[in-house]
Unconditional design. Structure first.
Length: 494
RNA sequence: GGGCCGGUAGCUCAGCGGUAGAGCACCUGACUUUUAAUCAGGGUGUCCUGGGUUCGAUCCCCAGCCGGCUCACCA
């Protein structure tokens, strides 16, 4: 027996050594599992319904020992696998001295295979009476506490496997996230969209106003950037004749980290030829509602004490009206950066000098509009300065056909009728460069290759961007983005 | 980057200017249908790190590291 004073690790390491000395392999290569724990429960219930309360069927299940209750010459353990858990019951007289001693030597956290018949205990729990137990992987470190689970958020993020072992809610959030993605692909595939993959490493990062990560390619001896959006490449594919494309993928922005921001996050972007932003709006509300019904079984979600009803049609409000309602500024009345800045200052909103009119309006949106958008809302028609890739409204040329979708106080979608006039696009890029010269570090860069693509002719197109992480937050009720990203960005330890 | 809060046993946490505490986990013993099993016994520790104050610091002070929330920035 291990001496007191030895760490749990040392005790278990000693057990492992002893097992090897006895010729027992603590890390065997495979195990024949006949059923999952969930299968056993369902099958046993079916057998019971047929009146077979003591079935002969022998099951082999495998999983981690999640709880151990030793009773002397009997031992109970909970075996957890990817589908659920089942109780195992070991009796000394049924197993023989040696076999039972080996079971007594198992530890919490070990992965085992157990074989036996199912029965119900006096307290009614479906249980496997173990006729054979096989160690499949010795665990050297103890699992997190069984009752309180793992609370330490730092360990939950850094050692996510412990979080997944200990906290079923955490596990469920990631299952939900995965199901959202799967349902989203089915939805888009069913509407004739083609899923594509475009480059992550690029000579220049465009398609959004954000700071990129930089890296370097040795063989090509050139500076590269990680993409900040998939937009410009997807539109090249529209030019090429793929009329409905989408990409679900990771994009990277070299900006702050918060409960709503991770440096790498997952976006959906889709582009549909011969559609405009009204068509995209219809798809977004239909898709999000459909996803909720498919994944959660309901069109009403709960987020931060809010009940959010996703049933279409969603509320539509112009940006002008939204800003007017929430902060009293009628922004079209201030046609240039200086007058708008003065008006904002008059109302006690301080803003950086370098910000152009577009960025000032953006500030009003994020400060006053976004936090108040709880129920699903489309905010329409943005100033052209803020949207260099979107097409103007024919009747109001200082605005573009763009909308953002908000809910739960977060922006989840951004879409527009795509600008396909190559000459105007070039001019818009030039304006962005002027903003950059004014000190704005987050502007579009002029992408000559993209302009060439537009010069070959892009059909009228409706485009969409959606933040998958935020959608997952809403669907799982998690107020922090870190709880829907398996391995969120944290500072390196030491 | 700023502000606030936190870091004590494997986990969840309490505590205090004077040799470090509880529950779970772990170890020893009892127990053949238990299930947060129970009962008896055992504390297993770089009190985040480094300085300082002090007779004495886990506690007080300073600096740093890591995390959370928040503001700023963004999606």
């Amino acid at each position: 027996m291990p001496d007191r004073g030895e760490s749990i690790y040392e005790q278990r390491l000693a057990k492992l050594t002893k097992l090897r000395q006895r010729g027992v392999e603590p890390y065997p290569h495979r195990y024949h599992r006949s059923h999952t724990t969930q299968d056993v429960v369902f099958l046993f219930q079916d057998l019971e319904k047929e009146g077979k309360t003591n079935p002969e069927t022998v099951f082999q299940v495998a999983g981690r020992i999640a709880a151990l209750r030793g009773m002397g010459k009997a031992t109970f353990m909970d075996i957890r696998d990817g589908w659920g858990k089942i109780q195992a019951y070991c009796r000394a007289d049924a197993l023989g001295k040696e076999e039972y001693a080996a079971i007594k030597d198992l530890d919490l956290g070990d992965i085992v295979g157990i074989e036996g018949r199912a029965f119900r205990t006096h307290t009614g729990e479906i249980t496997l009476e173990v006729s054979q137990a096989t160690l499949l992987s010795k665990s050297l470190l103890p699992p997190p506490e069984k009752w309180h689970g793992l609370r330490d958020v730092e360990i939950r993020y850094r050692q996510r496997y412990l979080d997944l072992m200990a906290n079923q809610e955490a596990r469920q959030a990631f299952v939900t996230r995965s199901r959202i993605l799967a349902a989203m692909r089915r939805f888009l595939d069913g509407r004739g969209f083609l899923e594509v993959e475009t480059p992550i490493l690029l000579p220049q990062a465009g398609g959004a106003m954000a700071r990129p990560f930089q890296t370097y390619h040795n063989a090509l001896d050139c500076q590269l950037y990680l993409r900040i959006a998939t937009e410009l490449h997807l539109k090249r594919l529209i030019v090429g004749g793929f009329e409905r494309v989408y990409e679900i993928g990771r994009i990277f922005r070299n900006e702050g980290i918060s409960t709503r921001h991770n440096p790498e996050f997952t976006s959906l972007e889709s582009y549909q030829a011969y559609a405009d932003y009204n068509d995209v709006m219809a798809i977004v509300e239909e898709m999000v509602c459909h996803l909720a019904k498919e994944v959660l079984g309901t069109a009403t979600i709960t987020f931060k004490e809010h009940q959010i009803d996703l049933t279409p049609p969603w509320r539509r409000i112009t940006l002008r009206q939204a800003i007017l309602e929430h902060c009293g500024i009628d922004f079209p009345a201030f046609p240039d950066a200086q007058s708008l800045r003065e008006e904002m200052l008059r109302r006690g909103i301080s803003v950086e000098e370098w910000k152009g009119r577009g960025k000032l309006v953006d500030e009003l949106i994020s400060t006053f509009v976004e936090p108040n958008m709880i129920q699903p809302t489309f905010v329409l028609d943005y100033p052209v300065e803020l949207s260099p890739l979107a097409k103007r409204k024919p009747e109001e040329p200082h605005l573009v056909e763009r909308f953002e979708g908000f809910m739960g106080g977060m922006e989840i979608a951004n879409a527009f009728t795509e600008l396909n006039d190559p000459l105007e696009q070039r001019e818009r890029f030039r304006e962005q460069l002027r903003q950059r010269e004014m000190g704005d570090e987050e502007t579009e860069t002029l992408d000559e290759d993209f302009l060439t693509a537009l010069e070959h002719g892009m059909p009228p197109t409706g485009g969409l961007g959606m933040g998958i992480d935020r959608l997952a937050m809403l669907f799982t009720g998690q107020p922090s983005i870190r709880d829907v990203i398996l391995f969120p960005m944290l500072r390196q330890k030491e």
